[in-house]
Design a protein around this ligand. Structure first.
Ligand SMILES: Cc1ncc(COP(=O)(O)O)c(C=O)c1O
Length: 422
């Protein structure tokens, strides 16, 4: 068993042992078919029910179902009253749209380095990034670990800033017992295939504030003031988009929502087991769950400690070589984002809407610098990380996790055999 699979040994994780996400059963089939056989496939009864069921599950007063998490993020920015030339603080390592949603409304992202331990925005670096134009903070609960929202909301209060939660990866995750999406002014969730609540694609905007809800709803549906369930006059009162969800997708989302708590329990159990089985492996930095936080293990993210394994070359080259050997063992490891946000062309080249806008409008972008070197913790994370999603998700149980852990032990026991040059 100890011969590495990449050199012809047996795989630690046998073919087909890890089951695909999400589990589909008769609840999903019946609800989606009922929608298909019903008469309303656009924004219909399942959309309305999905909104109220999600709001109740998460603990929000209002929810609006959207066709993506990115749409819900854009709605958050508008709900917060963000406009041309405003500065919005956001982490330097996330999905692109955690920051491009700011550009969508002609505002300017200002990046904050991450805390290497949590991979979230370093809350101790937020205040230094505030400018006279700063209006809001986008707190991204990355990989299912909540940001320290006590610190974020205290800073926001002191500087009169709004707080948007990007909870696209953080369904069910807790901070001091509070669910993500309930601690800021408003929040966005994603229901894309890979997320902990999945409906293929889709999203949800949530808030407790009625006027924020109304502003978001206007953007969501063509700039109109009436929703599709009310009597519409089809008049665009403001610039609007078409971010509505459809009935079939919402039916699938409702079916999955009815099972989310059982999924969450499985993820928690599998995450705890994997932590226990990988503890002590030299060269592996395990994910961190600070006290008071409950991770949802959306993405179980590890880093390689290059010093511990005695590697002095390019870290990403070694990380990629190790990952190749792990994958040969059947461990479904992958690199999530391989660029930090300030290193993405849309920001570095400030190309967004073209012609320098929004940075050039009224000199709003003066002093905003997107030099990737200013974010050392994000860079270190970016070149040393890899992660997994499916082995921790339902319907996988301890057997899948044990096989994955065995793959890790095999690879790290034989680390001297890995030659990144080959
Ligand atoms: C942190 C984060 N924010 C926003 C999004 C955007 O969600 P969607 O793909 O539903 O637009 C994602 C999706 O991957 C994400 O991971």
């Amino acid at each position: 068993m100890s011969k590495l699979a990449i050199f012809g040994g047996n795989k630690a994780v046998r073919e087909g042992a890890i089951k695909a996400w999400p589990p589909i059963d008769d609840i999903d089939r019946e609800m989606v078919m009922a929608s298909l056989n019903g008469g309303q496939h656009t924004f219909g009864p399942n959309c309305k029910e999905f909104q109220s069921e999600f709001a109740e599950w998460n603990g929000n007063k209002y929810a609006i179902t959207t066709n993506s998490g990115t749409a819900a993020l854009h709605m958050c920015l508008v709900a917060c009253g963000i406009g041309v030339g405003d500065h919005v603080l956001v982490t330097s390592y996330s999905w692109s749209s955690s920051a491009t949603c700011i550009l969508h409304h002609n505002a300017i992202p200002v990046f904050v380095d991450i805390d290497f331990a949590t991979i979230n925005m370093d809350v101790n670096k937020i205040e230094a990034a505030i400018t006279p134009r700063t209006k809001a903070i986008v707190a991204v609960h990355l990989h299912g670990l909540a940001v320290d929202m006590d610190k974020v909301t205290a800073i926001a209060k002191k500087h009169n800033l709004k707080v948007v939660e990007d909870a696209c990866q953080a369904h069910g995750a807790l901070f001091k017992g509070r669910k993500t999406g309930t601690m800021g002014d408003c929040a966005a969730f994603s229901f894309n295939q890979n997320k902990c609540l999945c409906s293929g694609e889709g999203g949800m905007f949530v808030t407790n504030n009625e006027s924020m809800r109304d502003a978001a709803a206007q953007l969501w549906s063509f700039g109109e003031t009436s929703t599709p369930l009310e009597s519409r006059d089809y008049h665009a009162y403001a610039l609007g988009w078409m971010y509505r969800n459809n009935d079939l997708t919402a039916a699938f989302g409702r079916a999955q929502l009815s099972k989310i708590d059982s999924y969450f329990n499985i993820q928690r159990k599998n995450g705890a087991l994997l932590n226990q089985l990988l503890r002590g492996i030299k060269g592996l930095i395990l994910p961190y769950e600070p006290e008071g936080h409950t991770h949802n293990w959306y993405n179980y993210t590890l880093r390689i400690d290059m010093d511990a394994i005695g590697w002095q070359g390019d870290p990403a080259t070694m990380r990629n070589a190790i990952m190749k050997v792990l994958r040969a063992e059947g461990v479904p490891a992958g690199v999530w984002q391989s660029f930090i946000l300030p290193d993405m062309t849309v920001f570095k080249a400030k190309n967004a809407y073209g012609g320098g806008c929004p940075w050039s409008c009224n000199s709003a972008g003066d002093g905003v610098v997107y030099d990737p070197a200013l974010f050392p913790a994000a860079n270190r994370h970016c070149s040393t990380h890899f992660g997994m999603t499916t082995p921790l998700r339902a319907p996988n149980d301890s057997k899948a996790v044990e096989m994955v852990a065995e793959g890790f032990h095999k690879v790290f026991d034989n680390i001297e055999q890995i030659d990144p040059e080959k």
